[in-house]
Design a protein around this ligand. Structure first.
Ligand SMILES: O=C(O)/C=C/C(=O)CC(=O)CC(=O)O
Ligand SMILES: [Ca+2]
Ligand SMILES: [Mg+2]
Length: 398
């Protein structure tokens, strides 16, 4: 690992091999793009003398494409690791405690996939106990649906318990009211930097030319609303009320040491989904409920890789826009303590969890605070911290 002169940075998971991007404000000032290093943010507009970073989102920078991304990363890395760079960077380092973090990018479209074999199998068994857990399409394409970009919210945003229709326990008809099965979904999100024009699919090989980086996602889900509404068109209001994302976008280039070929796929997918590079990602996720670790989902277990998701998403010629966000789907591993949703952890409510304070959970209660965090191996032995995405449940309106 190349060492940084910023005190504590190397040991923090936010050293010179990470350098994630975010947007911040400081008392009285306008929003600026920054790079996190240790417990500081480097004000990019000031440090690089480039007014493009004096912006409320990463979108203009992301739209410039991968040559600009790499050049900026190299410059910032040089400044933060060399004595020569120190003089120009140090005056523009702001302690994290003095900034407010803003949503890092303006979300264009939002898509959510369903790429964990264990998650899809568990959900199939819970929702459709008499059927094959996986539908016939599942191993042939990354199943997904379009979500609601307008309700993607930054980490820390309170989540109001949604109301909606659900099946009534004692009559054939539905009732309307606050969800009693509010859940989390721990996911990884991929942020599109460079857009495309309509009619031009993105081949698997061009993934890194279009995807800028990754964030952590909590795709809040109301299981009772979902179960009643989603036949036959798919998730709608049960998942559209809020999706939380973490504040730091970790560039793909920071994840080099976490890459591997990806989980074996049987049967082999059709040619347009053949993998040509290693885009399996070995990331260790952690889910905490009121401070207590309830799950450690391994991203390495995902069946479909993000290059395949992007190729599928654009295979019909649908265009991409800067700021498009697509999420992996819930990350679950094979062990019980690796499941990325309460639906699975409590097996549809049948096996409640007992927390350290003695309280029992099937789904979320008002006041519950959820945090999803992740780390990965960095270059030459260091750690890459992806930060965390948090949210607290507030009572339903009315
Ligand atoms: O298989 C079903 O009936 C339901 C599936 C989901 O709720 C999964 C979903 O939203 C996508 C994901 O996050 O993996
Ligand atoms: Ca989801
Ligand atoms: Mg959602």
């Amino acid at each position: 690992m190349t060492s940084s002169w910023v005190p504590g940075a190397d040991e923090s998971g936010f050293g010179a091999d990470n350098l994630p991007y975010g947007v911040f404000t400081r008392s009285g000032g306008g929003p600026r793009v920054g790079v996190r290093v240790g417990d500081h943010v480097l004000d990019l507009a000031a440090a690089l003398g480039d007014p493009e970073f004096s912006a409320p989102s990463l979108n203009p920078f992301m739209a410039r494409g991968s040559t600009a991304w790499r050049a900026t990363r190299a410059k910032v890395s040089g400044m933060l690791t060399s004595e020569g760079g120190r003089a120009s960077a140090e005056p523009h380092l702001v302690p994290l405690g003095e900034v407010d973090l803003r949503p890092p990018f303006e979300v264009a479209d939002y898509v959510d996939f369903y790429c964990s074999l264990e998650h899809a199998s568990n959900v199939g068994r819970i929702f459709r106990p008499d059927e094959e857990p996986l539908k016939p399409n599942w191993r042939h394409l990354p199943v997904g649906y379009h979500g609601r970009s307008g309700t993607v919210v930054p980490s820390g945003t309170d989540i109001v318990r949604p109301s909606g229709q659900r099946r009534s326990p004692d009559s054939d008809g539905p009732l309307f009211g606050p969800s009693t099965r509010l859940d989390i979904e721990a996911e990884l999100g991929f942020v599109v930097g460079k857009g495309t024009s309509m009619g031009r699919p993105v081949p698997v090989s061009d993934f890194a030319e279009h995807v800028f980086g990754v964030v952590l996602v909590n795709d809040w889900s109301a299981r009772d609303i979902q179960a009643w509404e989603y036949v036959p068109l798919g998730p709608f209001l049960g998942k559209s009320f809020a999706t939380s994302v973490s504040p730091w976008v970790v560039p793909l280039d920071a994840l080099g040491a976490a890459r591997f070929a990806g989980r074996e796929q049987t049967p082999e997918p059709l040619p347009h989904l053949h993998r040509v590079a290693d885009w399996g990602l070995d990331l260790a996720l952690e889910v905490r409920l009121n401070g207590e670790v309830v799950s450690r989902p391994p991203y390495a277990a995902m069946y479909w890789t993000a290059d395949q998701m992007l190729a599928h998403l654009t295979s019909n010629g649908a265009s991409l826009r800067t700021g498009d966000l697509y999420a992996s789907g819930t990350v679950s591993g094979s062990r019980r303590d690796q499941r990325g949703s309460l639906l699975e952890l409590s097996w549809g409510g049948a096996e409640p969890l007992t927390l350290a304070d003695g309280s029992v959970r099937t789904f979320l209660e008002d006041g519950d605070a959820v945090a999803v965090s992740a780390t990965a191996r960095g270059m030459a032995g260091g750690t890459i911290n992806l930060g965390e995405v948090t949210g607290t449940v507030r009572p339903a309106c009315g």
